[in-house]
Design a binder for this molecule. Structure first.
Ligand SMILES: NC(=O)c1ccc[n+]([C@@H]2O[C@H](COP(=O)([O-])OP(=O)(O)OC[C@H]3O[C@@H](n4cnc5c(N)ncnc54)[C@H](O)[C@@H]3O)[C@@H](O)[C@H]2O)c1
Length: 474
């Protein structure tokens, strides 16, 4: 934790210019773990200068050099796997079993997929018309990440930046600085050249804003709320930056009568509650065919009641607390809104689970008889709350599914694969999961509509960080 109040700039840990401290809290115990410093404009300038200076040499490194470097990052990532899992357990309440298997593991999974993608990704191509196409690093990149999947998001940005020969400044969420600090230690130990990767800690209005407006940053890659994505896009317009956005979601989950109802609804509830509901692509709107509606609601109720909530420090498949009081209050307010708008509370509801007074734990909650125009069906709740909406037929299901400003993911539970694929093509979402099909590292991840505009991971994730140059010869 020595480096928590320092930034990693130009290849070393430096004392920030800012002295604005912010406490880092453990959401399970409500204890203060330590203090981080919120960067000011001088700190941002210093990190950008280091990245600009490093760009000249690193942008001309060979693909083989970068593959070798990523191999060393992989070795170091494996060594710090447990440290990363414990950090995310402490700073955002990820239960330790899933913190190891998913949160920390994602840093390795994405890295391996990027290495494979980079090997096959041509940086020079001969076009049929005789011209030559070169893919070059876009320049200095500002990477801004959220608290809910801290290392997943960091790896999805830092690795492709390094892989393509860009230099970067990472600003993680001010709520999860510890995992980011360890990630910087990993890159340092792997021998990433000075200035190629820089870490500053800070918040949105301060450091984030200074980054999106900075004239020497050519690209901002952002993951977080649609609200912040909009503000970044506006601010970045002045300097015509490339802005890639991975934003919020309210993903529909279409349950057709011919699916394996017990298994698929139980699995769907678990996916919604996973990470305490704090996943951008969580299946939070369960759309159920009318003929099986009552049965599905009852299965969902039992699954929610069976969802254990517990201490993240203990091993097991329980869910943990919400990441802090801010989020707890927000989730409580939305549960109250659901009740006041007339949705039927099936289980859960306001308050903490019985006997859990300390920590920002919420109750696994199910609302039924929800209309799609209700606030709880339109807004991202980001807590363990599932809303259930009936539909009449396939057309009705597709209409309700697409009736959202978001388009990150969609889910289909269906006994007929022809129908599943037919419906999938009509859903306005970046990914469609059929009958529990899970995300695989290396596949593109990103949204339609107000869920964003880029695609992270694998080949598509590399291309986001590249410019294309054409050579025309006589
Ligand atoms: N689509 C995806 O891939 C994906 C993945 C994870 C999370 N998310 C979304 O992230 C959100 C939760 O994360 P959060 O609460 O940390 O989001 P947030 O938007 O509040 O913060 C995200 C990051 O942006 C920074 N930030 C905030 N305002 C900013 C501004 N005006 N300028 C520059 N930077 C700013 C924050 O400091 C933080 O680092 C949810 O909406 C979730 O759906 C999306």
């Amino acid at each position: 934790m020595d480096n928590l109040a320092r930034f990693y700039i130009g290849g070393g840990w430096v004392t920030p210019d800012s002295d604005q401290a912010m406490p880092v809290m453990n959401p399970a115990t409500e204890d203060r773990i330590g203090d981080t410093i919120l960067a000011n404009e001088t700190d941002v300038d210093r990190a950008v200068t280091a990245a600009v200076q490093a760009f000249e040499a690193f942008s001309r490194s060979s693909k083989q050099d970068r593959l070798d470097l990523l191999g060393l990052v992989l070795d170091e990532s494996r060594k710090r796997h447990e440290d990363l899992a414990q950090a995310m357990r402490m700073e955002m309440g990820a239960p330790i079993t899933m913190a190891r298997a998913e949160q920390a593991e994602s840093g390795i999974g994405h890295l391996e997929a990027f290495i494979a993608a980079l090997r096959d990704h041509p940086e020079r191509e001969e076009l049929a018309n005789g011209d030559t196409l070169l893919r070059e690093p876009i320049g200095v990149c500002g990477l801004i990440t959220p608290w809910n999947w801290p290392i997943n998001q960091i790896a999805l940005k830092v690795i492709p930046a390094l892989a393509t020969g860009c230099t970067c400044i990472l600003k993680p969420s001010e709520h999860t600085p510890i995992s980011a600090m360890i990630y910087a230690e990993i890159l340092d130990a792997a021998g990433v050249p000075p200035g190629v990767f820089n870490l500053i800690q800070g918040d949105g209005p301060g450091a984030g804003n200074a980054m999106s407006g900075h004239p020497d940053i050519q690209m901002i890659s952002f993951t977080g709320s649609t609200r912040a994505g909009r503000a970044i896009t506006r601010n970045a317009a002045e300097t015509i930056k490339r802005v890639t956005l991975e934003l919020g979601g309210k993903s529909p989950n279409l349950v057709f009568a011919d699916c394996d109802l017990q298994e698929r609804v139980t699995g769907s509830v678990a996916e919604c509650m996973y990470n305490s509901g704090q996943s951008c692509d969580a299946p939070t709107r369960l759309l159920v065919e009318r003929t099986i509606y009552d049965e599905a609601v009852e299965i969902a109720r039992k699954a929610a009641d069976a969802t254990a909530v517990g201490d993240p420090a203990e091993e097991g498949d329980h869910i943990g607390p919400l990441f802090d009081k801010l989020q707890y209050d927000r989730v409580q307010a939305l549960i109250e809104t659901g009740i006041s708008e007339g949705a039927r509370l099936v289980t859960g509801g306001p308050g903490k689970p019985e006997g859990m007074e300390t920590g920002w734990y919420a109750r696994p909650t199910i609302f039924a008889d929800v209309r799609n125009d209700m606030t709880i069906a339109q807004e991202e709740i980001f807590g363990p709350v599932l809303v259930i909406i009936p539909f009449e037929d396939e057309e009705d299901a597709i209409r309700i599914a697409n009736d959202t400003p978001y388009g990150l993911a969609a889910y289909i539970q269906c006994g007929d694969m022809d129908r599943a694929e037919r419906v999938a093509t009509r859903l306005r979402a970046g990914a469609v999961h059929i009958n529990g099909g899970a995300f695989n590292y290396g596949s593109p991840f990103g949204g339609y509509k107000q869920s964003g505009n880029g695609r992270e991971g694998g080949r598509f994730g590399l291309e986001d960080y590249q410019e294309v140059k054409t050579l025309h010869r006589p």
